[in-house]
Design a protein around this ligand. Sequence first.
Ligand SMILES: C[S@@+](CC[C@H](N)C(=O)[O-])C[C@H]1O[C@@H](n2cnc3c(N)ncnc32)[C@H](O)[C@@H]1O
Length: 209
Amino acid sequence: MSNHIKKVYSLYASIYDTLFGKLFEHGRHTALKMMDIEPHDTILEVGVGTGLSLPLYPKGIKIIGIDLSEEMLMKAKAKKMKYALNNVHLSTMDASLMAFGDNTFHKVIASHVITVVPDPLRTLNEIKRVCKKDGYIFILNYAGIDNPLISRFEKIISPLRDKLGLGKHFDLNMLLQKACLSPISKQHVNILNACQIIKCRNNTTAENH
Ligand SMILES: C[S@@+](CC[C@H](N)C(=O)[O-])C[C@H]1O[C@@H](n2cnc3c(N)ncnc32)[C@H](O)[C@@H]1O
């Protein structure tokens, strides 16, 4: 399954910023504000992709970005060079099996990633593990449009979206519950308020299901 993700994102890498750069810009800016980054923070961005958010972080803050796709990361590396982001460190890594120690990061963000990864619960549990106890976890994702017809349509096309690596339809609140993560705030963003940023405090132990 992760090979499938690598394959599709190797194809998207060159067009990703054109397709989603402007479209998701509002969400990226709002997420950065919600993260309320402090000077001592170390941040992990899971599934950093082409690094669209990297230039938005305050300079001097240590940012680690990981992604499965080498091609997406190459685009992120180009941004690191272009904007001289010496505070940014990028690695190829699977978010469901990270090489970081427990309790490493003050804040972790997964932006448009949790519905794309092959095993969302395992990934969330890994995020909890590497996030410091009482650190913060931010999930930015498409949340659907509040209309029964559109909802039904979304369920129908979910397998196709999944095949295209654009995320599957599932109940994000249920997933958070399974991972013992309780949202402390939510904000709707992007066109039609179709995406949401969920902020959670990492105050329960990761469970392995
Ligand atoms: C829709 S893109 C989002 C990119 C970026 N976060 C953004 O908001 O623009 C999803 C990204 O998640 C990455 N990804 C998918 N599964 C992953 C996994 N298991 N581990 C790490 N990255 C993964 C993909 O390679 C892709 O770059």
